[in-house]
Design a protein around this ligand. Sequence first.
Ligand code: ATP
Length: 839
Amino acid sequence: MPSTTAEREAMPHGMPVHEVVLLAETDADTGLSGVVAGERLASLGPNRLPERRGPGRLRRMLAQFHNPLIYVLLGAAALTAALGETVDASVVLGVVLVNAIVGYMQEVRAERALDALEAMVRTEATVIRDGTAARITSDDLVPGDLVVLEEGDQVPADLRIVRTRELRVDESALTGESRPAHKDPLPVPHDTALADRANMAYSGTLVTTGGGRGVVVATGADTEIGHVHRLVGTTTTVQTPLTRKLTRFSKLLTVVILGLAVVTVVIGVLRGEPFAEMVTAAVALAVGAIPEGLPAAVTVTLAIGVARMARRNAVIRRLPAVETLGSTTIICTDKTGTLTANAMTVRQVVAGGQRWDVDGIGYSPLGDHPPAPEAVREVLLAGLACNDAHVVLQDDRWTAVGDPTEAALVVSALKAGLTAQDVPERVDELPFTSQRRFMATRHTGGVVYLKGAVERIFEFTGSTDHAAAEELAVRGLRVLAFAQAHVPEDSPLTEDALHGAVLLGLQAMHDPPRPEAVDAVRACQDAGIEVRMITGDHLGTARAIAAHFSLADDAVHARVSPEEKLRLVKQFQADGHVVAMTGDGVNDAPALRRADIGVAMGRGGTDVAKQAADMVLTDDNFSSIRAAVEEGRAVFDNLRKFIIWTLPTNMAEGLVILTAILLGTALPILPVQILWINMTTAVALGLTLAFEPREPNVMRRPPLPPSLPLLTGALVQRILLVSAVLLAGSFAVFHLHGGTLDQARTVAVNVFVAAQIAYLFNCRSLRDLRPHVGFRRNPWLPAGIAVTVALQLLFTYLPVMNTLFHTAPIGWRDWAAVVALAVVAYGVVEVEKWWRRSR
Ligand code: ATP
């Protein structure tokens, strides 16, 4: 906050526009020169918020210990130390440390993956430099830049407004006020509160209607949002409903296990066993039964899924979307640009009973074209005048700048030999909006050109003959009608003033379907997902295009306004659907927010839509939605695979101890050994499941209902089955072993680990037999197994390990038993799968 009078008076909202312009050494019409802008950028740095600083390294490391499970382990270490078992105590401590380091690294990795996403959805700004408008990335803005604001833009820096057109800005990100604030260039008193400074537009706020221009007065960390950012220091949460559910689940489990541990001690002591031994056993039970790897594995799996989606052009903005994507049952998609290429070419012009066919595809205006009759030229001129787009030759290709629909109209006019010189100067306009469905421009002398949806233009001209338009529409062409009116320059240009306009004719344009989108729609349908087309276009056109995608007529919703989109989302949700809905405009934001998966277009979409969305498509292409659904299902599969894989181990470890106490026999596996198993296998084996490629059939089965619990009855049964196998196997080898106690335990541990390796193969597919083996599809798997085997050999044969973990070298016969039991475990699960499938 400025304290001195001088500083306060230098605040831009208190100054008239010309002073601000003077102070910023810029020009209110032509902006900065490119040279000055470059110099300022070099000296002031990019217009970017400073790197988000998460918790410091030490803080983050310490946070790894803040976990009930770790408390249990630390308590266990203290108890063991008190009982004089210092080696065991230090092993437990060592394991706690390793666990913290692994957790730390996984967390950093996951966050880095998520942070990288933010950079993929960059905002751009329109800036006037040297008198011409250009799109640049917001990072390159400097103080003094003259920025053009349009509906749907995110304000890219702190701006002092110099010109407005019905400008309203949603400042809730900064002030919490949800009603959009009206903006106006007039100065306000110096002591006006931030929320009431009507002549300022602050970085990070959103233009909801209208437009305007402003001079940049602060960039990067100097902006108001930069101050807030510094104060608060954002925290990334990598939490989703699922991770929260799992955290709760592990807490509950911890309590249950602690209870069981106490029971163990009590039973043992009542049986006359030594207290110290019973405590050791209870510790073993506790550390064994708690699935310590679970929360980290979930985060990593989600992060990997997010990264995979990003590689396929679907950028996740809210992590829970990854989970929801897998259960999507209906996708409501735009037509233009998403299903079609949004590369418009006028094919036919209809005027005065004549038809003029237009050759060529794309935006090239070159080539030989038959001369256009006068009536046709009138229509083409209207299309050229009532237009904000143009075409340019870029790298030998003609490309559209602005709305492709309008660019097509420019091209058709150029093909007939018209040029910008033929258009009288524009005075004002009624801009196109999806609600209005038409646009009008007034030119010197009061001539007004109208263009828009046929029914809308016919309302003004009083025309009733739709035959020609219908005939073009059913061919899948987008038809626009053109009219001319006269509204004197001194009377306001309103919709009412346009009644009585004269119809000039029609232009019909072709927009080719995207071939890859045809496949993608079919893939979604095969996956049990309904696909619906939601378009602002004419029903006839929409149906003709839908037919290309084998979409039935009732999957087409035409002439839908943004409000109706919201209503559709609500209706589908009421019918029990999980809805993905695409959108790009400001008015789509409520529907995007309401949908279970709001999907915004990265190229054609407004910043407002992107902010409201859960996912942004960087290529605006329907096939990227399909990719995201596919990956979403794969993520969900992999999470379940990990859980299914990890729980039986924990359960069996707990059961081994409990059974030994109940039977009054020696422990087949010691607490430190249990810790060893959990720590090594969770990382080296379990995490490899997070990298599993999606199963070939992910898109050939119906969506999972969102209410479906992570563990279905069938999976719980499998967990019990595998636990029983592990329990029986380890008990058998322990008791049948003829060697020393240490050797018997070493064999039991190896049985556990070998069975976990075998079971990992079972878990690569939850349902299919002969899980699509092939190491190449997941190179982490053989690597993880190799590491595990090496670790087990060290554990068994290295003298230090023998001392630390109370192990002893074993012979080849023992290994044979280990491998045999692993094979049996694998077979049992596959038989169970087969039995379940055959039912
Ligand atoms: P979708 O992307 O869902 O297919 P759309 O692009 O067809 O929708 P809108 O952009 O809302 O939907 O356009 C609705 C109708 O308004 C179009 O069918 C067309 O008749 C008319 N229209 C489109 N663009 C313009 C424009 N720039 N000027 C005037 N009228 C337009």
